[in-house]
Ligand binder design. Structure first.
Ligand code: 97T
Length: 239
């Protein structure tokens, strides 16, 4: 998997050389390339923004640098196998399902907007050429797309076959198919008693059936309490 990042702050992506993502890069599972959008400007100030047409506060990212960067980094021919991700507060929700879908693609290009956003024609052009995902991490506002791109990267790359040492652990995580899309149950380890707080007895019983039922019940309880939006009527009935 090749990952490209287009940003006016490419240094954000230096962190991808650390920990598990660094290991994936070393193992050849992912190749990471960060690009400075200003490298595709031609004026002395390396300008990437301008005032919004129609008025309004702030500045908008000009289309020209993006187009020239696309030409050089991706190419000038349409290729639906290239996935271009625009993190955006107005995007569709980024979910574990979207992460799973992206984990099987060969190439992802992250376009990190700043200021008030990117000229919409950049997104429209990208849609005419590649497979585009405008995605939001949640209902809040960041200063730019870089942090969102890092979060999406981690969610996607950890699902790439061969990345996680123990793929079984993926099956038991929140939102995973193995969990029926429910939240993960509470986790415990030794010591059995800690500051007057004990591990639930059932987890020390060695009775696998009871342990499995306790974990399922806890997942259902937590999901109903914290994320009723994840428990549709069918899921509730099944639970
Ligand atoms: O708030 C943003 C600004 C730029 C790019 C992305 C975001 C965002 C907010 C939530 N998810 O993505």
């Amino acid at each position: 998997m090749r990952l490209d990042y287009l940003s006016i702050f490419p240094g954000y992506f230096d962190v991808l050389g650390i920990s598990l993502l660094g290991k994936a890069a070393v193992n050849g599972l992912v190749d990471v390339y960060a690009h400075d959008l200003r490298d595709w400007t031609h004026d002395r100030h390396r300008t990437v923004d301008d005032t919004p047409c129609g008025g309004g506060a702030g500045m908008v990212m000009k289309p020209d640098p993006w187009g020239e960067a696309f030409d050089e980094i991706i190419g000038t021919e349409p290729d639906p196998s290239v996935h271009v991700v625009f993190p955006s507060p107005s995007g569709e929700p980024f979910t574990q399902s979207v992460a799973h879908d992206l984990s099987s693609v060969e190439r992802i290009v992250f376009c990190c907007g700043r200021y008030e956003g990117i000229d919409h024609r950049v997104i429209d052009y990208a849609r005419s050429m590649w497979t585009v995902h405008e995605v939001s991490l949640g209902d809040y506002v960041l200063n730019g797309g870089e942090v969102a791109a890092l979060a999406i990267t981690e969610a996607v790359v950890r699902l790439v076959p061969g990345f996680m040492g123990n793929p079984q652990s993926l099956a038991e995580e929140s939102f995973s198919a193995g969990q029926d899309g429910l939240l993960e149950y509470p986790l415990f380890t030794r010591p059995v008693s800690w500051r007057g707080l004990d591990v639930p007895e059932v987890l020390m019983s060695g009775h696998h059936g009871r342990i499995a039922k306790w974990r399922r019940d806890e997942s259902i309880r937590l999901t109903r309490e914290r994320r009723p939006d994840l428990t549709d009527s069918d899921v509730s009935a099944r639970h």
